[in-house]
Each structure stands twice: as structure tokens, then as C-alpha cells.
Design a protein around this ligand. Structure first.
Ligand SMILES: Nc1nc2c(ncn2[C@@H]2O[C@H](COP(=O)(O)OP(=O)(O)OP(=O)(O)O)[C@@H](O)[C@H]2O)c(=O)[nH]1
Ligand SMILES: [Mg+2]
Length: 306
């Protein structure tokens, strides 16, 4: 009897969980908060995440490999189609799905598409009703009731990723989705994302936060050089910001180079924090006409999973 119990206690759960939802609902913020560290960039603008980003969370008896995905939306151009494809593929490949809904801004019509995919793949899923810090409690019950009718969710958990509210409950439900099995990654690993990709993403996050209208969507960042100078405890990062048009280059550089300087300063400060070293960041802006429209150019921009 006691032996059987001992075996049970030692059972370990592991697996992949895709974090999916409409753009801007807080998927990346939620993943970072669950991990307790920043692996994916998050901004107030929709379509921030462009490809799958894995975040690994290892506990005493589980390992969850989260797969953060781009927001699923009605994609018109090639680039957005590839983004949505990333999310759909993730749902197909994982053991379980975490669907994130913005409880403060419901869009049932757009949500229909996600529901359709979920029903097709028929995977165990947990629903997170996010941003409850912006919602009156009384509004939550009808929402929970609505979602419990449209899909057999294993659980529906109200959370605030921003305020870390409800996260332990959510994590418990996510772990319960996983099959028994050994860990996929070493326990100290939080992501399999190469450091140079994370560096490019941090720069892109600052671009998203500081520029407006079509500019963030017209930019891509490639880290050309990522080199440690051990003698000086210095990280040398050289990156190129690609834009689609000459006029956009002027905007990203700004008057007297002010905008590029701001982007560089914010990115450098965060990179120094993340990597725990001094960073020398060298940013260039180049025009690559129509990079969003051609698969060949997208590949040249080193999109990690395209
Ligand atoms: N008030 C509030 N804001 C939140 C919460 N979670 C995320 N946000 C904000 O929502 C915005 C979008 O967050 P992201 O994490 O980038 O959203 P996303 O779903 O990954 O967006 P895409 O990658 O563009 O699909 C950011 O401004 C976040 O700070 C929350 O619980 N409460
Ligand atoms: Mg995101």
C-alpha cells in the first residue's frame, strides 16, 4: 500500500501547451508571468508576437512547455497569414491548449474561428478569462456560463496576468492537462529561444512601443552580431532594423537621430538587465522594399520558424 503511494507521488507530468487567442488579449504577458521571467515581448499593440516562442516551466512534479503564439485573426496579407499559420500549427502539435480571452473586451464573432479550430483538433483545453482587473465581478459569471456551453473546457479560470491574480489556480489546471512522462528540457532552462533572437525581439518591442501607425508593422529586426568580449564583461550586439520604404527609415531614425537613440537606449537597458552584462548596442536602419510580401525576403530576415 505504502509502496504504491510512493510510486504515485513520484509520477511526473510533462507536455506542450499552446497559448492561443485573439491578438492583444495578453497571451505573452500571461506566459511571462507564469514563468516569472520575460521570454516573449508584450506591447499594447495587437500582432506583437510573430512566431512561436517557447517558455519552459519546471516544478517538482511537472514540466510545462508553453508555446506562445501570434494572435489568430482574419489575415489579409502573406505575412499575417504566416503568423496565423504559426498559431494553428501550434494547436495541432501540442498536448493541451490554453485559450486566453480578454474578459474586458469580448469579440464573440472573431472567437468563433478559434472555437472552430479547437473543435477540429479536439484537444483538452483550459480557458483563461484574462484582464479581470478591468471587469466587474458580476460580469464574469455569465461569461463563464457562456464558455462552458460552447466547448467542454477542462476548466475556466478568471485571471489577471498583469496583477498575477488567479495564476496558481490556472497553473494547476494546466498541469492537469498533461500526460505522465519525463521532462523534455533541463529544469533550469526557461526557453529554447536563442539569445540573439531574444535580443532582436527586445529591440522590436521598443520599436512597437515608440512608433505609431504602420511603422511597427513595417519593421523587422535582425541581430547581425552577438559577441561577448569576456575581458571587458561586455556584450556586443549589432542589429539591423529593416523597414519597407525610404520614408519609414526617416521616421525610425527620427530628427537628428532622436528616435533611433531612444529605441537603442531602452533596448540596451533591458538587454543589460536580461543578460546581466554591459551591452554595446549598435543599431542600423535599412530599407528592404516589400519584405512583408515575399517569402524569400522573409527567410532572409531569419524568421526563426518560417
Ligand atoms: N489590464 C490588464 N492588461 C493586461 C493584462 N494582461 C495583459 N495586459 C495588457 O494587454 C496588452 C497586450 O498584451 P500582450 O501580452 O502583448 O498580448 P498578446 O495576446 O500576446 O498580443 P499579440 O502577441 O499581439 O497577439 C499589453 O498592454 C498588456 O500589458 C491584464 O491582466 N490586465
Ligand atoms: Mg503576444
Amino acid at each position: 500500500m505504502s509502496e504504491a503511494k510512493g510510486d504515485k507521488e513520484r509520477s511526473f507530468r510533462s507536455g506542450f501547451v499552446a497559448i492561443v487567442g485573439l491578438p492583444n488579449v495578453g497571451k505573452s504577458t500571461l506566459m511571462n508571468q507564469l514563468l516569472g521571467t520575460k521570454v516573449a515581448i508584450a506591447t499594447p499593440k495587437p500582432q506583437t508576437t510573430r512566431f512561436q516562442v517557447r517558455g519552459i516551466l519546471t516544478g517538482p512534479d511537472y514540466q510545462v512547455v508553453f508555446v506562445d503564439t501570434p494572435g489568430i485573426h482574419q489575415a489579409r496579407d502573406l505575412f499575417n497569414r504566416l503568423m496565423v499559420e504559426q498559431a494553428v500549427r501550434a494547436i495541432e502539435e501540442v498536448d493541451g491548449v490554453l485559450w486566453v480571452v480578454d474578459a474586458s473586451e469580448r469579440r464573440p464573432e472573431a472567437e468563433e474561428k478559434i472555437l472552430e479550430i479547437l473543435r477540429r483538433v479536439n484537444k483538452p483545453a483550459v480557458l483563461a478569462l484574462n484582464k479581470i482587473d478591468l471587469v466587474k465581478k458580476a460580469e464574469l459569471l455569465p461569461m463563464i456560463d457562456y464558455f462552458s456551453r460552447i466547448y467542454p473546457f477542462r476548466a475556466i479560470v478568471p485571471v489577471s496576468a498583469l496583477e498575477r491574480d488567479g495564476l496558481p489556480d490556472l497553473l494547476q489546471e494546466i498541469v492537469a492537462l498533461l500526460p505522465e512522462g519525463p521532462p523534455y528540457y533541463p529544469s533550469e532552462m526557461v526557453t529554447d529561444q536563442p539569445e540573439r533572437v531574444l535580443a532582436a525581439e527586445i529591440i522590436r518591442e521598443k520599436l512597437f512601443m515608440l512608433t505609431r501607425q504602420e511603422i511597427p508593422y513595417s519593421t523587422a529586426v535582425v541581430v547581425e552580431e552577438f559577441r561577448e568580449d569576456p575581458g571587458k564583461n561586455l556584450l556586443v550586439i549589432q542589429a539591423t532594423i529593416y523597414v519597407e520604404k525610404d520614408s519609414q527609415k526617416g521616421i525610425v531614425i527620427g530628427k537628428g537621430g532622436q528616435m533611433l537613440k531612444k529605441i537603442g537606449t531602452l533596448a540596451r537597458e533591458e538587454l543589460e538587465f536580461i543578460f546581466g552584462k554591459r551591452v554595446y548596442l549598435d543599431l542600423w536602419v535599412k530599407v528592404l522594399k516589400g519584405w512583408r510580401k515575399e517569402e524569400r525576403l522573409l527567410r532572409r530576415l531569419e524568421f526563426p520558424y518560417f
